[in-house]
Design a protein around this ligand. Sequence first.
Ligand SMILES: [Zn+2]
Length: 388
Amino acid sequence: MKEVLPLFIMIDACGWEIVRNDPFAQNFAPTRKKLESVFGYSSTCVPSILSGRWPDEHRNWCYFVFDPKNSPFRSLKPFGWLPKFITSRRIFRRYLTKFVKVQLKFRGYFDLYNIPFKFIHLFDFTEKKSPLKPKGMNRGPNIFDFLEERGVPYFVTEPLNPEEDNRDRLIRDIEAERIDFAFQYWAGLDGLLHMVGNDSPEIPKKLRMYEEWIEQVLAAARDHYKEVRLYIFSDHGMANCDEHLDLKAKIDALNLRMGVDYAVVYDSTMARFWFFDEDAKRRIIEVLAKEPQGRVMPDEELKGFRAYFDDHYFGELIWLAKEGVLIVPSHMGERPIRAMHGYHPHDPHTYATLFTNQDSVPDDVTHIPHICRLMERDAELAKQANGR
Ligand SMILES: [Zn+2]
């Protein structure tokens, strides 16, 4: 029997609005808190949680950036000659994504998404390492560096394996008393929400299933640890997308040259622009100003969210869609999906959650990067208590 197990379980996209009227986790983690998320997608929310720092510090923000000099994708340019009905097919993209990931030795999550092969040599992919591993951040340490430095044995999810496998491996580690800390990351709810939306009856069903799994993990933990410090949390929420916007068609109509006059990445809720010509810049800004389904994010506002980059590495101008508006087609997908995240941090469906079996959550834990403080505090505590 060991003394203390800090158990951190992240349920991707389990936002405040998703569980506000649902008794989720009430039986074993009754203390609830609404947390503000970070501006961006999971590609920035998860690294922010794992490092306790902000996008302008760790520089894990959006996946694709205009950077032809450093582009690892030059070898894919010939695919630009293939007809779009082949290159936009999901199965073709999936096969090629695997091939590219191995070729380029990317360690983290990687997807070619819907970036056109004609232009892919202009872009770099910014998550070459896995934030779920030590030394996995673009800049600075994460919780796994912290644990390794202190010699704390830990469990961490293997994101390529099914959720059930990760659940079972965690239970085995607990039963063997091999670990003094656990970070479990379940992504299934996020995928389901994207498909069916946040008001589908499928969602409470999935929540009940997670409750059962957590009960199983807890039962094992109580047999092997005197105290289990449980935290369940999310990185962001999920908004239904009832409006679609073909922003690309409006920009393409200007007949400007991609890579010469300007460059753009269409994420599903953001368009990020780089300009190489003053006239092109003026005309693009004119088009964006006429677009009521979103707005240009002012630098000051980005700075407030700690997502402003002095070197404009992720784009000189960030246009953000209103909550519920999906850019489609985008470089993230050719076809619409039911729901999306990555809207303004103050939009209702962006807020994240924290549930715990502790009596209270410290007052200064208000934003998702602050979860890292709880992880560091409890890892220290377990290390002392378990006598390592
Ligand atoms: Zn998602």
